[in-house]
Design a protein around this ligand. Structure first.
Ligand SMILES: [Ca+2]
Length: 270
C-alpha cells in the first residue's frame, strides 16, 4: 500500500507538523516522544451524502502505565491547522471523534475512551475534564498495543444518525461504540486525523483509510443491516489495484507496439 508517490505526494491526503511517513508501513502522526503533534488531512471535502469511513490505526508506546494524549478523527469545515485539541484547533466547526488515552480528570469510566463532540465554531473543548461538557456519546475501548489490528468504522446517514464501531478484540469482530441520532456534519467537511503528545506520549499511526459512498436508504431503526456500496467507492490508500491496472495497460500497449513494428517490418519485405 503505497502512501505517497515518488515525489512524496499523495493525491488524496496531505500531512504536516511532526507527521512522518514510513512508506509501505504507516503514517506516523506522532512518535512516542513528548510535545509532538501531527496531522493527515484529506485535500478535498467529502461530497457524498451518506458515507462510511473505515481506518486502521495503531497506538502504542514504551511506558507501561503513562501514555497519551490520544488521537482524533475529524469531519470539519476547516482542515490542516494545528491546535490543542488532539492536535487540531479549538472552537472547531463539525464533528470530532477523540480516542483519548490519557485521563486528565477522574471519571466513572476507564481509559482509553472514545468520544464524540459536535463543534459549532465557538464552543471550547473541555480540556481539563477530557471533554465531559462536550460529550455527545462515548465508549470505553481498550485499543492500545493490541495484537489484533485496531480499526474504526464510522457510518453516517445525513440528518439520521452516525455510528461508530471498533475492531480491537478479534479480527472482523466489530464492537458497537456509539450511535448518535440526528447528527449533521457541515455540508463541506474535510476528513482529518490528528494526534498529540504532551508530557506523556505514544506512537500514533494511521495504517489505512477507506471511504465508501452509501447509496441505499437508511433503515428505520438505528441498526444498518445490508448496505449496497456504489461502484465509485474509493479506497484512498488502496492504490495497488489502480497501479496493477496501469501496469496491465502498459504491458498491453507494449504488446501492441511490438506487433505493429513486426507488421511494419513484414510489410517492408513486400
Ligand atoms: Ca485526555
Amino acid at each position: 500500500m503505497p502512501y505517497i508517490d515518488q515525489d512524496f505526494q499523495s493525491r488524496w491526503f496531505d500531512f504536516g507538523a511532526d507527521t512522518v511517513i514510513n512508506t509501505n508501513k504507516h503514517v506516523r502522526l506522532t512518535y512516542d516522544r513528548p510535545s509532538q503533534t501531527g496531522w493527515l488531512w484529506s485535500r478535498l471535502p467529502i461530497t457524498s451524502t451518506n458515507w462510511q469511513v473505515e481506518f486502521e490505526f495503531n497506538i502504542d508506546g514504551q511506558h507501561p502505565t503513562l501514555h497519551g494524549d490520544g488521537m482524533a478523527v475529524w469531519f470539519t469545515s476547516e482542515r490542516a491547522k494545528v491546535g490543542p485539541v488532539f492536535g487540531f484547533i479549538d472552537k472547531f466547526e463539525g464533528l470530532g471523534i477523540f480516542i483519548d488515552t490519557y485521563a486528565n480528570a477522574r471519571h466513572p469510566h476507564s481509559f482509553p475512551y472514545v468520544m464524540a463532540m459536535v463543534g459549532d465554531g465557538t464552543t471550547e473543548y473541555d480540556h481539563d475534564n477530557d471533554g465531559k461538557k462536550n460529550e455527545v456519546a462515548g465508549c470505553e475501548a481498550d485499543i492500545r498495543s493490541k495484537q489484533v489490528a485496531t480499526k474504526a468504522r464510522i457510518t453516517y446517514y445525513k440528518n439520521t444518525y452516525l455510528e461508530v464501531k471498533l475492531q480491537y478484540k478479534a479480527w472482523d469482530q466489530w464492537e458497537p461504540c456509539f450511535t448518535i441520532p440526528n447528527v449533521t456534519i457541515p455540508s463541506v467537511a474535510y476528513l482529518g486525523f490528528t494526534a498529540l503528545t504532551g508530557e506523556v506520549s505514544d506512537n500514533h499511526d494511521i495504517i489505512s483509510v477507506t471511504t465508501n459512498n452509501i447509496v441505499s436508504v437508511p433503515p428505520r431503526s438505528y441498526k444498518p443491516s445490508i448496505r449496497q456500496q456504489d461502484p465509485s467507492s474509493s479506497s484512498w490508500f488502496g492504490l495497488l489495484f489502480i497501479l496493477k491496472l496501469i501496469a496491465t495497460f502498459a504491458f498491453l500497449s507494449v504488446l501492441v507496439l511490438v506487433y505493429r513494428m513486426y507488421k511494419n517490418q513484414s510489410n517492408k519485405r513486400f
